[in-house]
Each structure stands twice: as structure tokens, then as C-alpha cells.
Design a protein. Structure first.
Length: 336
């Protein structure tokens, strides 16, 4: 839900639903929605609400949140919302959750910096109990309430956004899949997957990784288009992250960041995009990728990007991998 300069936030939300409809037609397996507050980086404050709207416009495509921020809401309330979307979508919904950041959201919603710094594990455990399909109670530092029945009940297994070793350990101890961000390359993703396997004593249980995706006739053209458009969104968008305390706001060299994203992600010709995705799968062991396709800004161009990925890139991923084994089908290789 990237809002580029000159775009209306309400129009961005409406266009996002249309994009999910287009993704279903293009053959993608699922579409994932991000939650942000008080910023143009993303204008969707409730990913579950938009997922419910998209469920009513689609029939096959899966819907997920990447992510719903657990530090600024009550985990039982989020479980109730997730259960509703699960039932309304016919079981097509996946809840992704994350810690979030030390942003002003914590002040506005009254949860405080402590929930972000110390409360994520407790919040996650309450959420898991509330998504067990039955009753839930709590007696901890941040949550204390008598046993209640969650209505409607649903058994859901969340995905957890992981950007640090402690969060990887938390997800591994609970057997929950990780969602890894687009800001790190294959080597860092592979290291987190290896840590997870060591902590859990097993392999990768359906981990998910985010990539930037933009396809054009040539790799040079795709890179030029992304470098020209994406900074117009990232500059004012990232400036919307306002710390809740006196810590300095994180800064980033936007052109250098876009250059980095263009180099490590599937940005290029159809063949190049397919090769990068396949290589990422081989390097990390991850087989489920989410493509952030909004980098060019203009809704018509974004929709065309989705169509071309479906028509020109995903078929290449059906072919045998370079080592001679069977390739993954398109349904396992991308989502806007």
C-alpha cells in the first residue's frame, strides 16, 4: 500500500484490492498485506480488514498479513480478527505477525515502549493460545484475564517476521515459520534459516522471504525504471518512522538503497527475474517468495508488472532446476 506523491490514500487502498484480483488472474498463489500507521510508506492501518475486503473479491488466492504489528494491539483482539477472515475467506488466510518498531504508534495506541522491548514473547504466546480453537486466559506481566472462549474459534499457525537472532529463537522454540525481509540478501537469509534449524532441531517449516520484483523487456530497463520511480516513495515514506522516545530516527541513503535492492532482487528481464528467484531458493532453502511489486508507483504499471510476472516469469520457474531436479510450480514462487 505504497502511497507515491500525488496519490490519494483511499485510492491506493482501492487499487490494492484490484491488484490482488489481478494477481489471482495472473496465477499467483497468495497476496500479502502490510500494516503501517501514520505514514505514506504504507497507508493500510489494518491488514486484516483489507484481507477481508479482498476475500470478497476473489475465490482462490491466499491472503496473508506481512505483517500485523503485535506490539500495538491486544493479541486476543487480533486472533478474533484473524479467525473472522479465516472463516470468511474459506480458509485462505495466513496471519503474519511482527514486533514492529519503537515508533510513535506505541504512544498513540497506549501499549508503550515496554510492550515492544519486553512484551513480544508474551504477546505471541497469548496469540497462539487464542488461535488454538478453544479457550484462552492469561496471567503474565502484560496480560492478565480470566478464561474466555474465543468466538469464532479457529486453529491458525502464524508466521513471524524475524530480523534478529532472538526473534529467530522465539519462532524456532514455538515451531512457527519465519518471514524474512527484503532488506537482506541471500547470505543473511540463509544464516537465519540455519540458526532456526539449529534452535529447533529441524529444517525450514515453510519459511517465507520478501523480494522486490520488477520485470521489463531488459534488465537495464527494469533497473532504470525502478531507480527513477522508487525513491519518490521511499524518501517521504521512510521519513514517517517517528521514534516514540529520544532515540534518533534511522536514516538511509535512498538512492544507494534502491541500487542495492535492484542488484539482489528479481529486477530485470523475465529470464533474469526467474534466475534470481531460483538462485535465492537454492541459496536459502526457502521456496515461498513474496514480491513487492509496487516500486514503479503508477497503478497501471504496477498491474502490468503483476501480469508480466504471471505470464513471463512464473512459467520459467516451472522448468527443471539447473541441478536436474523437478522445479517448483508457479504457485509456490511469488505473491505481490
Amino acid at each position: 500500500m505504497a502511497q507515491f506523491p500525488g496519490q490519494d490514500a483511499g485510492r491506493v487502498l482501492a487499487d490494492a484490492v484490484e491488484l490482488i484480483v489481478a494477481a489471482e488472474a495472473a496465477g499467483f498463489d497468495d497476496a500479502w498485506i502490510a500494516e503501517h500507521h501514520f505514514m505514506s510508506y504504507g497507508v493500510c492501518p489494518s491488514a486484516t480488514t483489507l484481507a477481508a475486503a479482498a476475500a470478497g473479491r476473489t475465490s482462490r488466492i491466499g491472503l496473508g498479513t506481512a505483517v500485523s504489528v503485535l506490539s500495538t494491539q491486544h493479541p486476543v483482539a487480533l486472533a478474533e480478527q484473524a479467525a473472522m477472515v479465516h472463516h470468511l475467506s474459506g480458509g485462505r488466510f495466513t496471519l503474519g505477525v511482527g514486533r514492529g518498531g519503537p515508533w510513535v504508534d506505541l504512544e498513540v495506541f497506549g501499549t508503550g515502549l515496554e510492550r515492544f522491548e519486553r512484551g513480544f514473547a508474551e504477546s505471541l504466546d497469548v496469540l497462539l493460545r487464542a488461535l488454538s480453537g478453544g479457550r484462552v486466559s492469561a496471567d503474565g506481566e502484560f496480560f492478565g484475564f480470566r478464561e474466555v472462549e474465543v468466538v469464532p474459534g479457529a486453529r491458525l499457525r502464524p508466521v513471524v517476521a524475524c530480523t534478529s537472532e532472538p526473534t529467530v529463537r522465539l519462532a524456532a522454540e514455538r515451531g512457527l515459520p519465519m518471514l524474512l525481509g527484503m532488506h537482506v540478501g541471500d547470505a543473511d537469509k540463509a544464516a537465519l534459516v540455519a540458526q532456526y534449524a539449529q534452535e529447533s532441531g529441524g529444517g525450514a517449516p515453510g519459511h517465507v522471504a520478501a523480494l522486490v520484483g520488477h520485470v521489463a523487456d531488459s534488465t537495464g530497463q527494469a533497473v532504470r525504471e525502478l531507480k527513477q520511480a522508487m525513491p519518490r516513495w521511499l524518501g517521504p515514506g521512510l521519513a514517517g518512522y517517528v521514534p516514540v522516545d529520544s532515540r534518533p530516527r534511522p536514516s538511509r541513503d535512498i538512492p544507494a538503497y534502491v541500487d542495492f535492492l535492484s542488484r539482489i532482487h528479481p529486477v530485470g528481464s523475465p529470464a533474469h527475474c526467474a534466475e534470481v528467484i531460483q538462485r535465492s531458493a537454492e541459496n536459502t532453502g526457502i521456496e515461498h517468495f513474496l514480491l513487492m511489486v509496487e516500486g514503479v508507483g503508477e497503478p497501471r504499471l504496477v498491474a502490468e508488472n503483476v501480469r508480466r510476472f504471471g505470464a513471463e516469469v512464473l512459467p520459467l520457474l516451472r522448468a527443471p532446476v539447473r541441478r536436474g531436479g523437478p522445479g517448483r510450480t508457479a504457485a509456490h514462487h511469488g505473491a505481490p
